[in-house]
Design a binder for this molecule. Structure first.
Ligand SMILES: Cc1cc2nc3c(=O)[nH]c(=O)nc-3n(C[C@H](O)[C@H](O)[C@H](O)COP(=O)(O)OP(=O)(O)OC[C@H]3O[C@@H](n4cnc5c(N)ncnc54)[C@H](O)[C@@H]3O)c2cc1C
Length: 422
């Protein structure tokens, strides 16, 4: 029987945003088109629970799922997962893959969506060369073992990641010495207008934080014997350091106890250094195709419909063929899985509208903002802002049931709609 031919909708990146888009498209895409969901890794990972997986044994199995056509799509569907395979170039009507698919490395498409997310040091995200599922699991197990051995931990950066990791370590190990060094007057990024806002943060630091939430996290940390050094910055060494000084390396220190120095002249001893900094948009592919389509921050410029904003007719990204969603875009709103999902929904509608010759819809991040920061499975603090009603503080019990206990793992697993159960 001759193979049916389809027009391809290519999604580059099969993590939270790319996968959410595929799931939105499945029920509405015409039979003439197929989804090709591509990822450089042979597994999907869940950053939201990665911090616990780096401390608590067993969680490394919960946060990764094999990325295959059979785990993502139902039997007999025309859609396919292409993984592990890396997209190496964007062209006007096609993309170039590292390895051939259906006999060619050039893959033509009707429309393509860039969902390449961000890069962040492990454990938050796997390193790009850990393409096999066991590579990341091994790194997480290693991190669990090293954390267990550590006696004096310094956390560089008191944003959501640093605070959450401190909470995970404290919940598992009541006696380790933990110090967070943060360059603000309080934890996270207290905002002077007193509210959480919905503007795109300038960098990849924490979103503006209601001061009440920031204060609650300070109390939580202090009650749990986490030492805070605020309004100061750890000096990250750029050159070779002398004996006994921290050399900038992440994790357990090979040279035993080292001295970590701050800009204001403090010295802290550590045998484990956790860097909760260094989250960057992964926009290399777009930059290579059209450097003007990427902002100074590294985020991909998009228009109201989430189409990549190409800057000239000669750009391979011109012709309205590319969309971008998730952590890699400059679309308004915070870089969250939640908004990645909202963007996926908008782009699914727009793709089908384009197939049917209908007008496109606009993206809006909405007016709801919430920030919930677990401090281990039982504790945490958060704030929720609703339009006209204001900002509410959320305490331990609510944080535990909203996020802390399960870290949304059920939602992650439910996103796999394939015939092979995960
Ligand atoms: C500790 C932590 C807690 C968080 N908590 C929350 C929370 O409570 N709520 C919330 O909404 N959000 C939360 N987030 C944020 C959320 O995890 C991210 O916003 C989300 O994962 C972004 O998804 P993404 O698909 O855009 O990008 P990523 O998850 O970064 O995925 C990008 C994918 O693209 C692939 N890729 C990249 N380049 C290529 C290429 N050239 N070819 C093929 N594939 C490629 C990568 O392999 C990867 O799979 C949290 C994040 C962290 C780290």
């Amino acid at each position: 029987m001759a193979r049916e031919t389809y027009e391809n909708i290519v999604i580059i990146g099969a993590s939270v945003a790319g996968h959410a888009l595929a799931n939105e498209l499945i029920p509405i895409i015409p039979r003439t088109h197929r989804i090709l969901l591509i990822d450089a890794l042979d597994y999907s990972f869940y950053p939201i629970a990665a911090l616990r997986a780096s401390v608590v044994p067993g969680w490394e199995d919960k946060i990764v799922v094999p990325l295959k056509t059979s785990t993502v799509f139902t039997e007999f569907s025309q859609h396919q997962v292409i993984a592990p395979n890396k997209v190496v170039e964007l062209r006007k009507n096609s993309i170039i893959l590292e390895k051939p698919f259906e006999g060619s490395t050039e893959l033509p498409f009707f429309k393509a969506v860039v969902a390449t997310g961000s890069t962040q040091p492990s454990p938050m995200r796997p390193s790009a060369d850990w393409t096999g599922i066991n590579d990341y699991k091994k790194a997480l197990i290693n991190s669990q073992e090293e954390t267990k051995k550590a006696k004096k931990i310094v956390i560089v950066g008191g944003g959501t990641v640093g605070v959450e990791w401190a909470g995970e370590v404290r919940a598992a190990y009541p006696d380790k010495e933990i110090t967070i060094v943060h360059n603000r007057s309080s934890l996270l990024a207290p905002d002077s207008n007193g509210k959480s806002t919905n503007t795109t943060p300038e960098s990849w630091s924490s979103p503006p934080t209601a001061p009440k939430l920031s204060k609650s996290l300070v109390s939580l940390a202090e009650q749990n014997k986490v030492k805070l050094i605020l309004n100061d910055k750890v000096i990250i060494p750029k050159h070779q350091v002398s004996q006994g000084e921290w050399d900038g390396s992440f994790g357990r220190q090979k040279r035993g106890l080292v001295r970590v120095k701050t800009e204001k002249g403090k010295t802290i001893e550590a045998d484990y250094v956790f860097l909760s900094i260094g989250n960057k948009p992964n926009s290399t592919l777009v930059r290579k195709a059209d450097s003007n389509a990427v902002e100074g921050s590294g985020l991909i410029r998009v228009d109201d419909n989430l189409k990549v904003a190409a800057t000239s007719d000669s750009s391979p990204l011109s012709g309205n063929n590319y969309y971008a969603i998730g952590d890699c875009t400059a679309a308004p709103g915070f870089k969250t899985a939640y908004l990645g999902g909202v963007q996926g929904k908008v782009v699914a509608t727009n793709l089908v509208n384009e197939i049917k010759g209908k007008a496109l819809t606009k993206y809006s991040p909405g007016t709801f903002t919430g920030l919930v920061v677990p401090f281990g499975p039982e504790l945490g603090a958060g704030s929720i802002t609703l339009p006209y009603l204001g900002t509410w503080a959320v305490g331990n019990g609510m944080v535990k049931s909203l996020k802390g206990k399960g870290l949304f793992i059920d939602m992650f697993l439910k996103s796999f709609k394939g015939s092979e159960k995960v």
